[in-house]
Design a protein around this ligand. Structure first.
Ligand code: F2R
Ligand code: MG
Ligand code: MG
Length: 347
C-alpha cells in the first residue's frame, strides 16, 4: 500500500505524463495499439529521446496548484490572474479555441467579477469543455474534507467553464482523485457507487437549471454515464469501439471524465495486448491513448487517478525523464502534501 506522500506525487506526475505522452495522438480518430506501444517504447531510451512537451492541461494544473499553495486555500482572483498570466506568457500550449477569450479577459485589471468572462462564453451558455476537469487534481490534494474538494473544484472550474456540464465534470474528476488517494480503488464497485451517489446529489440539486440540451444529454448526465461505466466494468471483454460509443472520447467533459475513470478502473488488472511488465499507471495511460480522440486530456485525468492509487514508485524513471514539467509537478505534490497535513487536526 503506497504512503500518502507517494500517492500525492503519483497523482500529479501521472497527470503530467498523461498530458505529455498523450499529446502525440490528440485528435487522432483511430489509434492502433501497436502505434501506442511504439510511441511508449521511445520513452525507454532517454539518452537521445526528445523531451515531450506539456500542453494547456499541465499549464493550468500548475496554476491551480501554485495558487492553492500560495494562498493556502482557494482565492478566485489569484487563480484567475495566474491563468491569465500563464496564457499571456505561453499562449501556444494548445488551449481550447473558446477558452482563450476568457483568458484574455481575465488579464484585465479592471475586471470586477472574475466569473463573468466564463459566463459570457458560447452565447451565455458557458463552456462544457473538459478544461476545468483536466486541471482539477490539485483540489483533491489541497483539501482533506470531501465537501471542500467538491466546493472549490467547482468554483475553480467556473473561472472558465460556466456550463454545469463543464464544472460538474471537474468536480467528478477531483472526487475521483480524492477517493483514489484514500485507497478507495481497492474496492472498485464501492468506488464507482460512491461517485454515482456524489453526482446524484450534485445533479439533482441543479435539475431543471442545468444545461443538458447542450449535449442532448440525459436528465442526470454524469450519473447516467457512471452507470454505463459500471455496466462496462461488469463485462469480461469490452472493445475500444464500445468504450467510445458508450462513454465518448471527446473534448466535452461529459465525453471524457467518465471515460478517464473507466480507463483507471479497467486497468486495475493486466490487460490483453499490453506488456506484462507494465505497472498500473503505464497500463492506464497506454489504454487511454488507444481510445484516440482527446488523448492528452483523457490520459492526464486517468493518469492522475491511477497515480493516486499506485503511487510514484509505480512510475518508471524512464517515463519520468521523458517529459517536461515532471520535476515541478513532483515538487508541487510534496508542497500540497504539507498543506494537506496542516489541515489534519490529529497531526
Ligand atoms: N484544444 C485542444 N485541442 C485541439 C487543438 C489543439 C491542438 N493540439 C493544436 O495543434 O492546436 N486541447 C485542449 O482543449 C481541451 C480543453 O478545452 P477547454 O479548456 O474546455 O476549452 P473551451 O474552448 O472552453 O472548450 C473546448 C471546445 O469545446 C466546444 N464547446 C465547449 N462548450 C461549448 C458550448 N457551450 N457550445 C458549443 N461548443 C462548445 C468548443 O468547440 C470549444 O472550443 C483539452 O482537450 C485540451 O487538451
Ligand atoms: Mg491539452
Ligand atoms: Mg486535450
Amino acid at each position: 500500500v503506497p504512503m500518502m506522500l507517494s500517492r500525492f506525487r503519483g497523482a500529479l506526475v501521472g497527470s503530467v505524463l498523461g498530458d505529455c505522452i498523450g499529446g502525440e495522438f490528440e485528435g487522432t480518430v483511430d489509434v492502433p495499439l501497436d502505434r501506442v506501444l511504439q510511441h511508449l517504447s521511445t520513452l525507454e531510451d532517454d539518452a537521445d529521446g526528445e523531451t515531450l512537451r506539456y500542453s494547456d492541461d499541465t499549464a493550468m494544473m500548475r496554476c491551480v496548484a501554485d495558487s492553492l499553495l500560495i494562498r493556502m486555500g482557494f482565492d478566485e482572483r489569484d487563480m484567475a490572474q495566474r491563468f491569465a498570466k500563464e496564457f499571456k506568457n505561453q499562449p501556444n500550449r494548445g488551449y481550447g479555441s473558446g477558452v482563450v477569450q476568457v483568458l484574455r479577459k481575465l488579464a484585465s485589471p479592471t475586471l470586477m467579477d472574475v466569473f463573468q468572462p466564463a459566463r459570457a462564453q458560447f452565447s451565455g451558455r458557458g463552456s462544457f469543455g473538459n478544461g476545468g476537469a483536466m486541471r482539477a487534481a490539485p483540489f483533491a490534494l489541497a483539501f482533506r474534507n470531501i465537501a471542500d474538494v467538491r466546493k472549490y473544484s467547482r468554483l475553480g472550474a467556473m473561472l472558465t467553464h460556466a456550463c454545469s456540464l463543464g464544472y460538474n465534470g471537474a468536480v467528478l474528476q477531483a472526487l475521483a482523485v480524492h477517493l483514489a488517494l484514500q485507497g478507495a480503488l481497492a474496492l472498485p464497485t464501492d468506488f464507482i457507487d460512491k461517485l454515482i451517489s456524489e453526482m446524484e446529489e450534485l445533479e439533482k440539486e441543479e435539475a431543471g437549471q442545468h444545461d443538458a440540451n447542450a449535449l442532448n444529454s440525459a436528465e442526470l448526465p454524469y450519473c447516467s454515464r457512471l452507470h454505463r461505466v459500471k455496466e462496462l466494468m461488469d463485462k469480461s471483454s469490452v472493445s475500444i469501439e464500445e468504450v467510445i460509443s458508450e462513454l465518448g472520447n471527446g473534448i466535452a467533459a461529459l465525453e471524457s471524465v467518465p471515460t478517464a475513470i473507466f480507463c483507471a478502473l479497467r486497468c486495475l488488472e493486466a490487460r490483453d495486448g499490453l506488456p506484462e511488465e507494465f505497472g498500473g499507471v503505464e497500463r492506464t495511460i497506454a489504454y487511454s491513448l488507444a481510445l484516440g480522440g482527446d488523448t492528452d486530456t483523457i490520459a492526464c485525468m486517468a493518469g492522475a487517478i491511477a497515480g493516486a492509487h499506485y503511487g510514484i514508485e509505480s512510475i518508471p524513471q524512464s517515463w519520468q525523464n521523458s517529459s517536461e514539467g515532471v520535476v515541478e509537478a513532483d515538487d508541487l505534490a510534496e508542497r500540497l502534501h504539507k498543506l494537506y497535513n496542516l489541515g489534519d487536526p490529529s497531526a
